[in-house]
Design a binder for this molecule. Structure first.
Ligand code: SF4
Length: 80
């Protein structure tokens, strides 16, 4: 099993959000303890820093994540 390096303190990994338990566990299993490289929160954190990751940004909200990153770093692209 793979675990995101942010899992110890991330509200999604620790089921601390006001989501029902099934939804919370689904996010945690799919992202935090699964394909964390596809997480929008991790993308924002790596691109512009943890203080810029809104608590309510969901791991699958890539459009919102991209907008947040571009607001701070307009030259950022999804191309690595
Ligand atoms: S929500 Fe994203 S950043 Fe947070 S622990 Fe899960 S995969 Fe990592």
């Amino acid at each position: 099993m793979t675990t995101c390096e942010k899992a110890a303190k991330c509200p999604y990994a620790n089921l601390e959000l006001p989501l029902d338990q099934d939804a919370s566990k689904k996010y945690a299993d799919n992202y935090c303890f699964g394909d964390f490289n596809s997480c929008a929160r991790l993308k924002v954190c790596n691109a512009i820093g943890k203080p810029n990751v809104p608590r309510d940004l969901y791991p699958d909200q890539h459009e919102a994540a991209d907008a947040l990153i571009k607001a701070i770093n307009p030259s950022w692209t999804t191309e690595a």
